[in-house]
Every structure is written in structure tokens, then in C-alpha cells.
Design a protein around this ligand. Structure first.
Ligand code: ATP
Ligand code: MG
Length: 474
């Protein structure tokens, strides 16, 4: 066979083989790399005599043969045996020259593989250290949560006057303590949530949430903090209530983190404005402040865990990472801009959440008059209504359609049948979280107790439209 090129012109260990991968020629580098004494030690042997037991090296010829019919060359990384029996990591490239000729080059990549393995081991040690740290942090957080909850409970009671009238100075101290305890509780909950997000065990308990109302409540909870800094903290009027299908507590934390940042990073007499609107199928919550702003270089990193811009104001650097991760878990997006567009200062945080169709309230009744009355009373809240008859298959029927936001029973229906339906609904995996309301004017104490057992809300049929709306909005 004619050698098509001078093998010694190739830097790598190079072998010319016949169609069965038997070596017919090789270069000096091949003798060196395979630790042979002379070319004749190698010529006449098959390439498969050298590879060690690593797949696909164990069966090089078949492996190469199969692939070389489709592609001009094949690359394999595997352990390779030298002439003296020792092994090394090799990158073997097989080229098909003709029907009965192959060119094989072998490069020793042991140094690269070993440094990659060392990097992998170091990475694994790092991952284990991070896991240990998170484990430790979440264990400590767990331990802190119970005492913090009881401290918060005790402080709330004292502030409500359970120990009698307290001197003004004592109230002032208790209020400050309460703010600090609540802040610690938020951090503890953030850490526990992060842990769950990290190992994929965070469960969202979703309902239809009226966003305007939740935003207004969060703003209310931060009013005292803003007032102490003489800041204006306001929610601009919005055209109508917007619902998202989301976890109430988690979303509350999102709003709380954003708004408390705005209060925290805005100096005295500053102004914080929240806006709620709908755009392209998303509900947007936009919070602007005219505070210290975020430098451009830090903007891409503010929602990374533990990232903080300066050390002058206390914080853990977890708030915005929680905001981003919870928002994304809900299929939404998070955006931070600084300065606020068309101004010279401040920060704008925008959360976009997929808007859900109007929630549906199921009215279970056989009286058209009752149904009409309820729909008239609830018309301001923009729910969609669905009526259903009370029968044995009601839970299955409800579970096959869109999950109801609330189920409302006409209390004139037989109590035992309502209780039976309620019990099946609450045991149904996709309906167990749906709040149930019974409107009735006559109720036996025993039946009342039974309803209470199933967490059913009972209200008189004469409930005012405003109270019913409040109740159903949740
Ligand atoms: P915490 O975990 O207590 O919320 P934090 O407020 O420092 O701590 P993040 O809420 O994650 O952490 O915010 C990260 C950083 O982004 C903050 O340290 C701050 O520098 C910057 N930042 C966030 N919101 C604003 C804002 N509205 N104005 C200016 N800087 C902000
Ligand atoms: Mg924060």
C-alpha cells in the first residue's frame, strides 16, 4: 500500500492502518507516545490491541467502522494502553482514507482530563459546602421561626392593650420592637423559601388573587414605616380589579420586598408610587421611588442572592432574589430600572404576572330567585358565575372544569346533602383549597358545628352586597 503522506510530518502519534485497523506504518511520535522501542514493535498489530477496557475503546474497529461510513472522521476520548501496558487518556481520531486505509492519530490528553477532573472534584466540594451552608441556615431559620412568631403575637397583644394602657414611651419601644421582629420573620421566611426553591420543593398554593386589593393591603402595612420618614407612599387609582392565579402569601412577600426596599432606599420626604395596569395579557405592578437609585453596573446583579450595593443600609441582599424567583415561579417576569425612565433619579421595579380570566364563583342552588339575588349582589367584583345543581356527582363536575374561585351553597338545600358534597369537595385534590360559603337563615347548632369542621363559612341570606363582595373577593 502507498503511504499517501509522510507520517513524520504529523505532530500527533499517527498510524496508517488497513481496512481492519491493522497498523501498516506509523511515525516516530507514535513510538514515543506508545512507549515502544521501534516502529516494528507496533507495525502489524491492530489498533484494538492497545485500547483499554473503556467504552467505546474496547471495540474501536467496530465503533470506527460503523461511523466512518457516514462521516469523514471520528473522534473518541478514552483510556488507551501503551506498548508497556501502562495507560493514559487519549483523544483518538480515525480518518477514512479509502476502502482499505485509515489514518489514526492519537493525542495524550491526560493533563487536560486530570485538570478537568480536579475542577469537577473542587466544584463538587464547593456544591457540598453550599448545600451544608444552606442546610445550616435553614435549620437555624426553623429554630428561629417559632420564638419569633410568639414574640410577634405577644407584642401585637400588648399593643392592643391586653396589659392595660401603656405609657407612650413603652408603646413607642414596643412598636419599634414589633417592626424589628417582623423584619426578622421576613428574613427567616425568605431563607426557608430559598431553600425550598433550591431543592424544588416549594409548593404554590394558588387562588384567584385580586391584585389591587393585595397591593393596597401591603401599602397599608408599610404606612407607619413610610410616615416615620415623612414619605408619600401611594397606590394610584386603577380602572378595575385584576386577578392572577397565584399563591397569596408568596405574592404578598413579593410586594412587601419591593415596597419595603422603596421605603428603605428612599430618603426622608421621598415619594413612592405604585401602579397597577394590564398590558398584553400581563398584569403589571410598577413601583417607582425617587430614592438613592441603583448604579448601572449593579443593575444586572441586584436580584442575585446576597448581592447588595453598599453597606450603609442594613439588609441581607435576599429580598429581590426572592422577588424574582417567586415571580418566575408564577410564570411572570421581573424588571429593574434606575433611574426611573424619563427622570434623573430613583428606581422602578416592574413585576409582570400572567393575567387570569375572571375567577368563577359556582352557585349551587335550585332556586332561580336565589341565583339572581347573588349575581346582583356580586356584580361589582367582576366574577364569572356558574350555577350547579346539588347532586351526587357535583364534586366530579366541578373538578373537570376550570377550578372555581369559590363555591356558594344555597342554605335552603338539605343540610346533610350539602355536608356530603362539601366533604367530597374538600377531599378532592384539585378542589381542596376552594373556599366554600353557605348562605342560610336557619341553622341548627349541630349542623353549624359540622360545617365548622369542614371550614365552611356560614352567613345569613340577608348579608349586604358590600359584605358579600368583600367575602367573595377573599
Ligand atoms: P433584604 O434581604 O433585607 O431585602 P436588601 O434590601 O439589601 O436586603 P435586596 O432587596 O435583594 O436586598 O436588594 C438588593 C440591593 O439592591 C440592595 O442592597 C440595594 O442596594 C439595591 N436596591 C434594591 N431596591 C432598591 C431601591 N428601591 N432603591 C435603591 N436601591 C435598591
Ligand atoms: Mg430588600
Amino acid at each position: 500500500m502507498q503511504t499517501p503522506l509522510s507520517l513524520d510530518a504529523i505532530y500527533e502519534a499517527a498510524f496508517l492502518t488497513d481496512g481492519d485497523f491493522k497498523i501498516v506504518d506509523c511515525n516516530c511520535r507514535a513510538v514515543e507516545v506508545l512507549r515502544a522501542l521501534k516502529k516494528d514493535d507496533l507495525i502489524g498489530r491492530k489498533i484494538s490491541d492497545f485500547p483499554s477496557d473503556n467504552e467505546p475503546g474496547a471495540d474501536f474497529p467496530t465503533y470506527f467502522q460503523e461511523r466512518l461510513t457516514a462521516v469523514p472522521f471520528v473522534v473518541v476520548e478514552s483510556r488507551f494502553s501503551r506498548h508497556d501496558g501502562s495507560q493514559f487518556w487519549a483523544e483518538t481520531v480515525a480518518h477514512r482514507l479509502s476502502e482499505n486505509a485509515h489514518l489514526i492519530t492519537i493525542r495524550d490528553i491526560s493533563a487536560r482530563v486530570e485538570s478537568f477532573q480536579r475542577a469537577e472534584e473542587a466544584n463538587e466540594r464547593l456544591r457540598a459546602a453550599i448545600r451544608d451552608r444552606m442546610e445550616f441556615v435553614s435549620n437555624v431559620s426553623h429554630e428561629l421561626r417559632t420564638p419569633l412568631t410568639s414574640m410577634s403575637y405577644a407584642l401585637t397583644n400588648m399593643l392592643r392593650g391586653i396589659c392595660g394602657t401603656l405609657p407612650g414611651k413603652a408603646i413607642e419601644y414596643l412598636e419599634r420592637l414589633h417592626v424589628d421582629v417582623k423584619r426578622l420573620m421576613t428574613t427567616v421566611n425568605d431563607l426557608l423559601d430559598l431553600r425550598q426553591m433550591e431543592n424544588g420543593t416549594l409548593m404554590l398554593r394558588c387562588h384567584y388573587i385580586p391584585l389591587g386589593r393585595l397591593l393596597a393591603e401591603t401599602i397599608n402595612a408599610l404606612k407607619i414605616q413610610a410616615e416615620t420618614k415623612h414619605q408619600t407612599l401611594q397606590l394610584l387609582p386603577y380602572d378595575c380589579e385584576r386577578y392572577v392565579y397565584a399563591d397569596h402569601h408568596k405574592l404578598e412577600r413579593v410586594f412587601f420586598n419591593i415596597l419595603s426596599n422603596a421605603v428603605k432606599y428612599t430618603p426622608e420626604n421621598g415619594c413612592i408610587t405604585a401602579r397597577l395596569y394590564e398590558q398584553n395579557g400581563f398584569v403589571k405592578i410598577e413601583v417607582d421611588d425617587n430614592g438613592i437609585g441603583i448604579p448601572a453596573h449593579a443593575l444586572p446583579r441586584v436580584s442575585q442572592r446576597y448581592f447588595r450595593v453598599g453597606e450603609h443600609i442594613a439588609g441581607t441582599g435576599l429580598g429581590l432574589s426572592i422577588v424574582r424567583e417567586i415571580t418566575e415561579l408564577h410564570g411572570g417576569t421581573f424588571k429593574v430600572e434606575s433611574p426611573v425612565p424619563n427622570t434623573q433619579h430613583g428606581t422602578r421595579i416592574t413585576i409582570s404576572l400572567p393575567v387570569s380570566q375572571s375567577p368563577n364563583t359556582v352557585i349551587v342552588s335550585d332556586s332561580p330567585h336565589f341565583v339572581e339575588d347573588i349575581i346582583a349582589k356580586l356584580s361589582p367584583i367582576g366574577h364569572v358565575f356558574q350555577t350547579a345543581a346539588l347532586n351526587k356527582t357535583l364534586p366530579e363536575q366541578l373538578a373537570t372544569g376550570k377550578t372555581p374561585a369559590r363555591i356558594l351553597f344555597d342554605g335552603d338545600l338539605p343540610d346533610e346533602q350539602i355536608i356530603d358534597a362539601v366533604c367530597k369537595i374538600q377531599r378532592h385534590p384539585s378542589l381542596s383549597l376552594v373556599p366554600i360559603l353557605v348562605l342560610t337563615d336557619k341553622i341548627e347548632p349541630l349542623v353549624k358545628r359540622e360545617y365548622a369542621k369542614w371550614r365552611v363559612d356560614i352567613r345569613p341570606k340577608t348579608i349586604s352586597p358590600a359584605d358579600l363582595c368583600d367575602l367573595v373577593r377573599g
